[in-house]
Design a binder for this molecule. Structure first.
Ligand code: P6P
Length: 334
């Protein structure tokens, strides 16, 4: 161990490369490319307030040119980094209706595809609330060198080779799994490196925080409202009433629960009868991470990772968090 006592993301990936069955360098380079994009986005997000002054936040700038919102910038950054990295041949992004084919000479024979929410919760940027990037990585199943198809992207979440998120908060952290546990890295801007800070993260089996948008209560399924009422009853043995915490940014709400214990629910609502959150690039990646840390992720009737996708931007309801809290919610379904 170096006397600097830090392990960078790059060093960690190399050290763990033999853990990942397909231990070629390609996968390690793909994670590196995602880390590069995340560092640039962190810099842009952390000056978002200034963007207003500089006339950049989605308004026309002083030259009268329409300037892009940060989530569009983030999307273009990821596409650029993955295109130049040469390890990814296609992306399904929250920002793009269709699959983004990456047919640059270095990438068109790549064997990985990426699902991506480049900047989730971007409505929170203007009010300085934590936001995040969510991604997952799959091996393509159609022929290498040909354009990727929905067949590649409609793989179940349980086929992902990796998933992760970046949270742009009081610090910028990258949390990911390759199916061998979950590890967290905090960006040290002074050296421009993600440094290992949360080794082998475990989702607490119990928690006292419930996280959902109670403004939609009137439209919630009965079992959800019964569970909320249960959370709000006083009972010393089960440390109730629980605390309600809802940031409105999935990455921030889930990251808090992963660290402290808790449950995150986005049930069907009047506005979103199938739930609001997207399967391919929000629910599947977060569910892979949460399961790898020992939590549970379900629609209420089905394990999220077992759902066979049928549309790129398909929405699903989600109950995700501490094992014993999710099991309690499911009791109210009976
Ligand atoms: P609501 C952000 O827009 C997002 O996609 C997730 O990050 C977040 O959990 C959810 O929507 C918040 O939705 O309807 O409660 O504002």
């Amino acid at each position: 161990m170096s006397n600097f006592n830090i392990t960078t993301l790059g060093q960690f990936i190399i050290e763990r490369q033999n853990e990942y069955r397909d231990a070629k360098g390609a996968f390690s380079r793909l994670l590196r490319d995602i880390g590069i994009a995340a560092k640039v986005i962190s810099r842009e997000v952390n000056k978002a307030g200034l963007a207003e002054i500089l006339g950049e936040a989605g308004h026309d700038n002083v030259q009268g040119e329409a300037v892009k919102k940060l989530d569009v910038i983030a999307n273009e950054l990821f596409i650029d980094c993955l295109t130049r990295g040469g390890e990814c041949c296609a992306i399904a992004s929250e920002e793009n209706e269709d699959i983004i084919q990456i047919d640059s000479p270095v990438s068109k024979n790549a064997k990985y595809i990426v699902t991506l929410d480049p900047l989730d919760g971007s409505s929170n940027i203007d009010v300085n609330v934590s936001i995040g990037t969510i991604f997952s990585i799959y091996k393509r199943i159609t022929q290498t060198g040909t354009p990727a198809t929905t067949e590649d992207f409609f793989q179940c979440g349980n086929k992902a080779v990796a998933a992760g998120y970046v949270i742009y908060g009081s610090s910028t952290m990258l949390v990911y799994t390759t199916g061998n546990g979950v590890n967290g890295f905090t960006l040290d801007p002074s050296i421009g490196e993600f440094c290992l800070s949360h080794l082998n993260m475990k989702f607490p089996k119990d928690g006292t925080v419930y996280s959902l948008n109670e403004g939609n209560k009137a439209a919630f399924p009965d079992f959800v409202n019964k569970y909320i009422d249960w959370c709000q009853q006083t009972d010393k043995d089960t440390k109730r009433p629980y605390s309600a915490r809802y940031i409105g940014s999935m990455v921030a709400d889930v990251h808090r629960n992963l660290n402290k214990g808790g449950i995150f629910i986005y049930p069907p609502t009047a506005k979103a009868p199938k739930g609001k959150l997207r399967l391919l690039y929000e629910c599947n990646p977060m569910s892979f991470i949460i399961e790898q840390a020992g939590g549970i992720a379900t629609t209420g009737t089905e394990r999220i990772l077992d759902i066979v996708p049928s549309a790129l931007h398909q929405r699903v309801p989600i109950i995700l968090g501490s094992e014993n809290m999710v099991k309690k919610v499911l009791e109210f379904m009976k």
